[in-house]
Write a protein that binds this ligand. Structure first.
Ligand SMILES: Nc1ncnc2c1ncn2[C@@H]1O[C@H](COP(=O)(O)OP(=O)(O)OP(=O)(O)O)[C@@H](O)[C@H]1O
Length: 243
């Protein structure tokens, strides 16, 4: 089967720093893959190479078998890749409903548009008219993250790259975000970039550990939890949280 995303010997250099070092990675259609690693491991750089925000210095990126290494971000987006950066990107002056409606209107019209907006808002937990009419800038950080997840889900992308989607959330908010991501994964392949191991252990899917730009290990979260070498690169700090 052709992978949704494949990198072959992907390398990304910034001057003398090799942020991504000869990474070969395959993410199959329907997967929910977690990419973890300590600070400076190269997660964001890899994310940016996949989405076209940064041009790789070497190697290749393929999406559904087609090489996209030199494509611009908008061309990759048109092929069905959605990205969510750490800082939520929503229209502050608009309501929850309007934000999601605008995102969905890029692809849908008429009754289908109304239906997808309604379905997505319900799935993401904005069920009442009152919740949907609130302005984005009146909402908490977590709610704004969920609006952006709804905007992304409403476009039904083939693959979504999520950069630390639970950063700055409380425990309850993080749990809800885990459920939302699992819901979106029913129709969208997902790559979650994260360094919070507790969040990753709750998603409990295949995990790729990046360290010093290279793939350190790729395994299930339960095996990774017992991997002493991975524990070592995290210096035990976050590891205790994940137990
Ligand atoms: N634009 C840039 N210019 C120079 N060096 C960069 C640039 N972006 C990243 N780097 C360097 O590349 C390395 C990998 O950084 P990157 O941000 O990809 O890691 P990360 O795993 O996402 O880290 P964090 O979890 O702290 O966000 C680091 O040494 C970083 O300083």
């Amino acid at each position: 089967m052709t992978a949704m995303i494949e990198t072959v010997g992907l390398t990304c250099r910034f001057g003398g720093v090799v942020a991504v070092d000869n990474v070969s990675l395959k993410i199959e259609e329907g997967e929910l893959r977690c990419l973890i690693g300590p600070n400076g491991a190269g997660k964001t750089s890899l994310f940016k190479c996949l989405s076209g925000q940064v041009q790789p210095s070497g190697g290749r990126v393929l999406m559904k078998g087609r090489e996209i290494s030199r494509f611009h971000p908008h061309e990759i987006a048109r092929m069905g890749m959605a990205i969510k950066m750490q800082v939520p990107s929503v229209f502050n002056g608009l309501s929850v409903h309007e934000n999601v409606w605008l995102a969905a209107a890029r692809l849908h019209r008429g009754k289908a548009l109304e239906a997808i907006v309604d379905e997505t808002l319900s799935a993401v937990g904005f069920r009442s008219a009152e919740a949907r009419e609130k302005r984005a800038d009146e909402l908490s950080h977590a709610h704004r993250q969920w609006i952006e997840l709804a905007m992304l889900a409403a476009c039904k992308p083939a693959i979504a790259l999520l950069d630390e989607p639970a950063a700055g959330m409380t425990q309850d908010e993080m749990l809800r975000t885990v459920e939302l991501i699992k819901t979106i994964n029913r129709s969208t392949t997902i790559l979650v970039v994260e360094h919070d191991l507790e969040f990753i252990s709750l998603l409990a899917r295949k995990v790729t550990v990046l360290h010093q730009g290279k793939i350190f290990v790729e395994d299930t979260m339960s095996n990774i939890s017992n991997n002493a070498a991975v524990r070592e690169i995290y210096l035990g700090k976050q590891w205790r949280m994940a137990q």
